[in-house]
Design a protein around this ligand. Sequence first.
Ligand code: CU
Length: 151
Amino acid sequence: MSNNRTVLIALGLVAVVVVIVLAIYTMSGAEEAAAPTDTTNTDDQSTVDEPTDDQTAATTNDSEVIVFTDDGFSAAEYSAVPGDTVTVRNDSSQDLQFSSDNHPTHRDEPALNTPVIAAGDTTTFTAPSEPGEYGFHDHIRSQFTGVLVIE
Ligand SMILES: [Cu+2]
């Protein structure tokens, strides 16, 4: 009889421990259930990001695009305002090394010196802050020249 009571007490203790453990798991589960609310907030932030993308697109549309082909630059003169993002697009069949005058030192306006642009590629630079006329050329085919006018 005394052994049976000990077994019953032991089973009772095990049952209490199981109930406590279950209670803890249930509370943890409740915390996890709160997580989807955070996910919803993240979705809201994504929605906020979209107008930012639109603003970036608008900025790109406003900027001057200098197009280079195998016949040279698409215009003799381009214009931009100080600090504009100027795009250079290489539509020719060869590399373009867009460079500030004077050839070959390119020291007139270092802002115009871009890395080599592979055929089909595009790069950008920030327009000089001082108004004026800035000559440029393709350093590889230096007969091709143009002027960027900062207004
Ligand atoms: Cu040059």
